[in-house]
Write a protein that binds this ligand. Structure first.
Ligand SMILES: Cc1cc2nc3c(=O)[nH]c(=O)nc-3n(C[C@H](O)[C@H](O)[C@H](O)COP(=O)(O)OP(=O)(O)OC[C@H]3O[C@@H](n4cnc5c(N)ncnc54)[C@H](O)[C@@H]3O)c2cc1C
Length: 416
């Protein structure tokens, strides 16, 4: 029978980062299972590749700070390219409320060690991107180390490195079930050392489910049964379905997100930051010779919708031309536009940590549009929880799924 110390379900950027961080810490009997024939066919391959530290909550700022630093050294650490481009993110405020919000965020970011978020005047904004309509822009913030990565390259880098250390990847293999035993106080150590099921946190309280909880015994796949005591749910937008296989509930919903690239367009600078128009949420950046346009349609409803809706082109071009009048002249081929799925949680924060009801089941889900930029931190946090019972990066209990029951939601408002 096939066995693994840890089975990771999903080989997107998050599952790949977990595999890398486990392998890097010496846990190499890891099996990643992916139902598609290639990696990156879920949300990772649809992403805009944006990375930023300009968030509003401490936990998101801390995760970004670690991750962006990691991306800046990715090639050296992981041995593969991340294509990190520090072109910055520029938030443009059009109301006093926006200004107060950005000021409060900047102070919080600064207090958490992100000290390079600059306050930018309307004149400076106009210098950065002279094509913006400036009549209602009151100012903004700019962080020069925000920018972009190549999500596919990061995902491949994490996985190739993990495989070089011994982790295995099974493509074309669907997980169809998760086997769970009745609980017992006699829990063997899956990893042959201190592990998730026996570890207590520093304050003496267990960060893990009670020992009589139901516990993982293996996963059923289209290639047969795999015996394991630890399963990591890294199934992106499909995370709730996977959790249900183990009888666990996970508040993660898929939400369509559409991106529109223009044809080559030379009326904007060759290099400029991601620009966010806070009056509408419209944002854009350069992508090769063209411009990549993004906007979060408030009329979108949850569901597994991945087809691009051509009526979206007119909606987004209206916002684009309103803020950047020259974009009215940009050509768009709707066949090159695409749609993908955000994995939304009720408070727009990831869910990371052990299931309270099923011993050995770990969640690393619900990134609400930030899974690429937070992939280094989430891999490290998850590996820490599995191997040491705690994370040395953040207070991981904040991201526990139990917050929804306890009513200790975090609420991130800087969602794009
Ligand atoms: C249009 C768009 C733009 C985005 N822009 C950004 C951005 O600028 N910055 C940012 O940080 N994030 C962005 N995101 C979000 C980001 O892409 C996701 O948060 C991230 O890719 C999630 O990675 P993942 O590995 O968890 O999920 P995925 O990449 O979806 O991987 C999950 C994998 O699990 C596999 N799987 C599912 N169920 C099973 C099963 N039963 N058996 C086997 N395999 C299974 C799937 O096939 C899939 O490959 C964007 C998303 C979209 C859609």
């Amino acid at each position: 029978m096939e066995t693994a110390d840890v089975v990771i379900i999903g080989s997107g950027i998050v599952g790949s980062s977990v595999a890398y961080h486990l392998a890097q810490a010496g846990c190499t009997n890891v099996l990643v299972i992916e139902r598609e024939a290639h990696q990156g066919k879920g949300s990772t391959g649809k992403s805009m590749g944006g990375v930023r530290a300009q968030f509003s909550t401490p936990v998101n700022i801390q995760m970004s700070r670690y991750s962006i630093d990691f991306f800046s050294k990715f090639d050296e650490i992981v041995g593969h390219p991340a294509d990190y481009r520090a072109h910055g993110y520029l938030f443009c405020a059009t109301t006093e409320k926006h200004l107060a919000y950005l000021k409060a965020n900047q102070q919080r970011q600064n207090s958490l060690g992100v000290t390079n978020v600059e306050w930018i005047s309307p004149e400076e904004i106009a210098k950065m991107v002279p094509q913006l309509r400036m009549d209602d822009i009151l100012g903004g913030t700019f962080c020069p180390t925000d920018g972009f990565v190549d999500p596919h390259s990061v995902m491949m880098g994490f996985m190739l490195n993990a495989r070089e250390r011994g982790a295995r990847l099974w493509l074309d293999t669907q997980v169809t079930g998760i086997e769970v035993d009745a609980g017992s106080a006699d829990v063997p150590s899956a990893l042959g050392g201190p592990n998730a099921v026996s570890k207590q946190s520093a304050d003496g309280t267990s960060a893990f489910p009670a020992l009589n909880a139901r516990r993982i015994s293996g996963v059923q796949t289209s290639r047969g049964f795999i015996s394991t005591r630890i399963v990591v749910n890294a199934a992106g937008p499909w995370a709730a379905q996977v959790a249900r296989m183990a009888g666990a509930e996970l508040p993660v919903e898929p939400l369509r997100r559409q991106l529109v690239p223009t044809e080559p367009f030379d009326q904007l600078p060759k290099r400029f930051p991601m620009v966010i128009d806070m009056s509408t949420g419209f944002h854009f950046r350069r992508e090769g010779k063209g411009i990549l346009l993004a906007w979060n349609d408030p009329e979108e409803t949850p569901g597994f919708k991945t087809e691009f809706d051509s009526s979206f082109v007119e909606k987004i071009l209206t916002h684009a031309a309103s803020r950047v009048p020259v974009l009215a002249e940009a050509e768009v081929n709707p066949r090159r536009a695409w749609a993908g799925l955000y994995e939304m949680t009720p408070d727009h924060h990831a869910i990371i940590g052990p299931s309270p009801n099923v011993q050995g089941l770990y969640f690393v889900n619900g990134f609400s549009g930030h899974g690429v930029m937070h992939s280094p931190a989430s891999g490290r946090i998850t590996a820490g929880l599995i191997l040491q019972g705690h994370s040395d990066l953040i207070d991981a209990t904040l991201l526990s799924v139990e917050r929804f029951k306890a009513g200790t939601l975090l609420e991130e408002t800087a969602v794009l």
